[in-house]
Write a protein that binds this ligand. Structure first.
Ligand code: C2O
Ligand code: CU
Length: 466
């Protein structure tokens, strides 16, 4: 019923998709994390990485990991300009880290592999939010363990709000007309335990699952008001690319990319998200009959086509929103201001073995690129590896939000003309991005966000220097 296609990337035996009544479990919305500070200028949060058990599919209680809970974590919401203090406790039996994906923070608080948190210890990052409203997320990033930790459930959302977001007449009430949808695919053994990497195939293709979870639930249903609704989509999967749309093919508006609002909404019938990417969309449910609603259809690339969840339309909201024509004015980086162009080759196979960038595998003791503080650079990223296996890759940079200049020499699609921190690079593509490296010096990562690739060394370090 809900699985419309076949997934060929499955070892046997794995659990097949649920055989119970779909679209009856209400979509869980992660709670907003309580701000422990009484000073309005500061937000103070506490997160604990822990093991737990969750009912993800069927009747199984699957061993999982979560933040302050069993699977996934609470949503952190802060404002631009706010000071943020966090206490991150590692209650796992392994080292972990906590990275703020998309956040512009000092290198020492970035939470990449250079800031491990040993089991039983805690880490206290502090930073001031210094960027516009956006839907970011957090996840662990320990050397060689990122994929497994995320797969087990460690991830959460990190919202930044600001005056511009406040002033827009769009839905913004969390869990009422503004919902996060964390989309992940998972694969389970017959006993309901998660079947993480089992073979070299899983590493090369990345872990592709046959069961789609939204906010950690298979086939949920969400009751939405019969009006305009904002959905914040995160591709929180390890390695699967998704094409996401609605069962009835309805049009919606994309209003934001990874790093915040687009200049104006873009009308679409589907969004393409590689692992780590986000899109905010506005969907109009005012024409739907009460009690009914479309499904969210997720095409896995590679993999199957799933009706991942369903919407059930409730009464019309009391506030109606006018569709905005203009959202923000973005500050465009100019190609002529770039002081240099660096080239990166994402290599499925290289001289030095599989999954490399510029022929190299991640080495914590090597700085791959030195970037001067306050300068603008162009990074030209290509995926030109040939041979029997051509893989898409997804390039993510820490520290910055960049802009896509062109894709194979062509200007980016309107929905990619915004602030980005992760960009899909398909086989045969060459993508040029431009970024300004400002405010903070120190060592940051760039890597493929297909987490099985990243863990196998498809990552490098850049150092921002005075
Ligand atoms: Cu989303 Cu380096 O990570
Ligand atoms: Cu990759």
């Amino acid at each position: 019923l809900a699985v419309l296609g076949e997934n060929v990337f499955l070892p046997q035996p794995v659990l097949s998709a649920g055989d119970y009544q779909p679209f009856t479990t209400p979509l869980p919305v992660p709670p907003l994390l309580e701000n422990l500070s009484t000073d309005p200028g500061t937000a103070s949060f506490s997160l604990t990485a822990q093991r737990g058990k969750s009912r993800l599919v069927k009747e199984f209680l699957t061993p999982t990991m979560g933040y302050n809970g069993n699977y996934l974590g609470p949503t952190i919401r802060v404002r631009n300009g706010q000071k943020v203090h966090l206490n991150v406790l590692n209650k796992l039996d392994q080292q972990t880290t906590l990275h703020w994906h998309g956040l512009h923070v000092p290198a020492e608080f970035d939470g990449g592999p250079r800031q491990p948190i040993a089991p039983g210890t805690s880490w206290q990052p502090k930073f001031t939010i210094n960027q516009q409203a956006a839907t970011l997320w957090y996840h662990p990033h320990a050397m060689g363990l990122t994929g497994e930790h995320v797969y087990m459930g460690l991830a959460g959302l990190f919202y930044i709000e600001d005056e511009v977001a406040d002033s827009l007449a769009i839905p913004k009430t969390y869990g009422v007309d503004d919902f996060p949808l964390i989309i992940q695919d998972r694969r389970f053994f017959q006993d309901g335990t998660l079947a993480y990497v089992q073979s070299m195939m899983d590493v090369m293709h990345g872990l592709i699952g046959n069961i789609l979870l939204v906010n950690g639930t298979e086939w949920p249903v969400l009751e939405v008001p019969g009006g305009l609704v904002r959905l914040r989509l995160l591709n929180g999967s390890n390695s699967t690319i998704y094409r996401i749309g609605f069962g009835d093919g309805r049009r919606f508006l994309q209003i934001a990319t990874d790093g915040g609002f687009l200049e104006q909404p873009v009308g679409l019938t589907e969004v393409l998200l590689s692992p780590g990417e986000r899109a905010e969309i506005l969907v109009d449910f005012s024409g739907d009959t009460k009690g009914n609603g479309p499904g969210l259809v997720v095409d896995q690339l590679p993999g199957g086509r799933h009706e991942a969840m369903r919407f059930q339309v409730g009464p019309a909201p009391s506030t109606s929103f006018a569709l905005p024509e203009k959202l923000v004015t973005l500050d465009w980086l100019q190609e002529k201001d770039a002081v240099q162009t660096r080239t990166f080759s994402m290599e499925t196979f290289s001289q030095s073995g599989p999954l490399a960038i510029n022929g190299k595998h991640m080495d914590m003791n090597r700085i791959d690129e030195k970037v001067k503080l306050g300068t603008t650079e162009i990074w030209e990223i290509s995926n030109l590896s040939t041979g029997m296996m051509q893989m898409p890759h997804s390039m993510h940079l820490h520290d910055v939000q960049f802009q896509v200049l062109d894709r194979n020499g062509q200007p980016p699609e309107p929905q990619e003309r915004g602030r980005k921190d992760t960009v899909l690079i398909l086989p045969g593509e060459k993508v040029r991005i431009i970024a300004r490296f400002e405010d903070y010096t120190g060592i940051y990562m760039y890597h493929c966000h297909l987490l099985e690739h990243e863990d196998r060394g498809m990552m490098g370090q850049f150092e921002v220097v005075e």
